[in-house]
Write a protein that binds this ligand. Structure first.
Ligand code: ARG
Length: 464
């Protein structure tokens, strides 16, 4: 048996007659991914030790020793000098073992009245809470960048599409605000998820609670948890909060992905609505003319892995009996990768949103094609007294005639238009302009520049 194996076997040494094989050791260990929770693990242990001392379960001297040892461990980890051992399985046993090396018996007393089951559940929640706070900050940055873009282009007109066919003129500011709405809902979802993340499992011990006179509320206060998990079995086995987080994250990525799809289309030379700053694009190794929108494409692609993580976690949980099972160790990699993917993506997008150059002439030219103001003409006829269905029919005839002649509605003379409806007058031309079309949609949620500016002000005041 190696020295390292004997170190691990101390955790449950007496019960076992032979060490696990190297393969099993690697298979069951989590230290190489859960060490990223070291900070949370130390915070949780310190709060637990403080409570144990306050309750007279360990001595004040033990607590002081534990504090001293943990401070040293923190600095070793920060300096990259901490030796993580596979033999010690996970972040919890690695830190506890080192603590005992540094401070002796006080280190061995730390685990009184707790289990790794409630410890790990606490660590993940602490880790998730700070990840959610980071993501909330990044969602805010992204929205501020999109609001600036919306403001600059509150009057810029482009065609709005349904079925990818030109539908009606809209303002670019309005289009950006659609994404601001999505990312606002994402922020709301993250804040809601945080409430259920922020509950303390510690004190549940292995599954049934502990025989020691612990004060869970004290630990909750120390760690900033809003509530104490009320059932010990649920406390050690619940991973709903991780699933909720991944679901919220999958929606963040879905929104980023939809936006990416549009950026890619808009940047295609065939469309040419925007350009994206060079630092977010790459060239081709063979085609010298290429400038590819790699960042949006990759973000669209990475949405798949986050969706996958959500399904992984749901599947991980669906067959587990109460309470803790080792399966739960598999929650971390999907969760961590979700955090990394969302954090990196949002950070890049907040920056990239400020690196988008809008090409108003190309947008305008596209809006002038495809009879984008046909609905405006129909609405005009309705206002002159024609029932909407008849107006729709009259305009359809006009569009068909224009198609045959290869011109736009506004290119017809008044006389030509009157052939489709005698109700048409000289005032029709104002209705057929792009500016007239967008300005007329002047109600809450409409595309009129005035409404776009009001919506920007609304979001800015809420973002503070
Ligand atoms: N590494 C474990 C995990 O991530 C810690 C809890 C271990 N508990 C146990 N009973 N084996 O879930």
């Amino acid at each position: 048996m190696t020295a390292q194996l004997s170190k691990k076997s101390e955790a449950w040494s007496a019960r076992f007659s032979e060490p696990v094989s190297d393969l099993v050791k690697r298979y069951t260990a989590s230290v190489f991914f859960d060490k990223r929770m070291a900070d949370a693990d130390i915070q949780g242990s310190l709060a637990h030790a403080e409570m144990l001392a306050h309750q007279g379960i360990i001595s004040a001297q033990d607590y002081a020793d534990i504090q001293r040892g943990m401070a040293q461990i923190q600095s070793e980890i920060a300096a990259g000098r901490f030796e993580w051992l596979l033999d010690l399985e996970d972040v919890h046993l690695n830190i506890e073992k080192r603590l005992t090396e540094l401070v002796g018996d006080a280190g061995k007393r730390l685990h009184t009245g707790r289990s790794r089951n409630d410890q790990v559940a606490t660590d993940i929640r602490l880790y998730m809470r700070s990840a959610i706070d980071d993501i909330a900050g990044l969602l805010r940055e992204l929205r501020l960048a999109l609001l600036d873009l919306a403001e600059t282009h509150a009057d810029t007109i482009l065609p709005g599409f349904t079925h990818m066919q030109v539908a009606q003129p809209i303002t670019f500011g309005h289009h950006m605000l659609a994404y601001v709405e999505m990312f606002t809902r994402d922020a709301e979802r993250m804040a809601d998820c945080r409430k259920r993340v922020n509950r303390l499992p510690l004190g549940a011990a292995a599954l049934a609670g502990t025989t020691f006179p612990i004060d869970r509320e004290r630990v909750a206060r120390t760690l900033g948890f809003e509530e104490v998990a009320r059932n010990s079995l649920d406390a050690v086995s619940d991973r709903d909060f991780a699933i909720e987080f991944c679901a919220a994250a999958a929606l963040v990525m879905t929104h980023v992905s939809r936006m990416s799809e549009e950026l890619v289309i808009w940047m295609s030379p065939r469309v040419g609505f925007i350009d994206i700053a060079d630092r977010f694009c790459t060239g081709s190794s063979i085609m010298p003319q290429k400038k590819n929108p790699d960042v949006p494409e990759l973000a669209r692609g990475k949405t798949g892995r986050v969706n996958g993580h959500l399904v992984s976690l749901l599947t991980l949980m669906k067959g587990q009996p109460l309470a803790y099972n080792k399966d739960n160790q598999e929650d971390k990699e999907p969760l961590f990768d979700t955090v990394d993917t969302v954090v990196d993506t949002l950070r890049i997008f907040a920056d990239m949103a400020r690196g988008i150059t809008v090409k108003p002439e190309a947008m305008r030219a596209a809006a002038l094609q495809g009879y984008a103001t046909a609905t405006d003409l129909a609405d005009y006829l309705v206002k002159k007294g024609l029932p909407f269905r008849d107006a729709h029919e009259a305009v359809a005839h006009a569009v068909r005639a224009c198609e045959q002649r290869g011109c736009d509605l506004a290119d017809l003379t008044l006389q030509e238009m009157q052939a489709f409806s005698p109700l048409i007058d000289a005032d029709v031309f104002q209705v057929l302009t792009l500016e007239g079309s967008v300005a007329a949609r002047n109600h809450i949620g409409g595309t009129a520049p005035e409404q776009v500016r009001a919506a920007i002000a609304f979001h800015r005041s809420r973002l503070g």
